[in-house]
Design a protein around this ligand. Structure first.
Ligand SMILES: [Zn+2]
Length: 211
């Protein structure tokens, strides 16, 4: 799951407009923002294996600290606690915690059974939608379009171009990941995954007050 995660950040703005879209982007992708760091530190590992599932050439060998259910809950609690300490916004912090957990739920839908329940458990789960491309594309693009629909009216006129450029960029990357050539190596994937921080900056720019 990639753009489907961001759909929930867009939709989240409907329920509580207090956390900024940039913070929402960090929440929904927190596990995927931690993952390349853990990979580069040698704590987690995966390999490029063409055909691992029909839609992704990545074989997630071990990623219990970023992507087990237990770890997701811990990260969610930490993230919402830090947000609460800074803002005293109870509703916003609960929403952010749920958004962090939503990443695991959506990954559970798409990944092959490679998600551990906890770092101490060898049970691995995942419904494997990535092996059913048509269904996966309908579900993920459907989620994304719904999220964008819920959010787009709140974008200020001066940021409309920045917003729609981001949406087109997301869709382009999503389809390139599916139909483009496989990445050359694990390190290439891990380094480029850090570029997801750019989306956080982009979201901040979209909502930045104009003076
Ligand atoms: Zn993930």
């Amino acid at each position: 799951m990639f753009i489907g995660h961001y759909a929930l950040a867009f939709a989240g703005k409907k329920f509580d407009r207090l956390p900024s879209l940039a913070i929402m982007f960090i929440a929904v992708q927190l596990l995927d923002l931690l993952w390349p760091i853990f990979v580069l530190l040698g704590i987690e590992t995966f390999e490029v294996e063409v055909g691992n599932t029909a839609m992704t050439p990545l074989n997630f060998i071990s990623y219990p600290y970023s992507h087990s259910l237990f770890a997701a809950i811990i990260w969610a609690v930490l993230f919402s606690t830090v947000y609460f300490l800074f803002t005293k916004n109870k509703k916003g912090s609960v929403l952010l915690g749920l958004l962090v957990c939503s990443h695991w739920v959506l990954d559970f839908l798409t990944h092959a059974p490679d998600l551990q329940l906890s770092p101490f458990s060898s049970t691995r789960v995942g419904l494997g939608l990535w092996n059913f491309p048509v269904v996966e594309i309908i579900v993920e693009v459907g989620l994304f379009v719904t999220g964008v629909y819920l959010y787009f009216k709140t974008v200020s006129p001066k940021r409309k171009i920045a917003f729609w450029t981001l949406i087109i960029f997301f869709l382009g990357m999503y389809f390139m990941n599916i139909y483009g050539p496989p990445p050359p190596s694990m390190n290439a994937v891990a380094w480029s995954a850090n570029a997801m921080w750019l989306f956080v900056l982009w979201a901040w720019w979209i909502e930045k007050k104009q003076t």
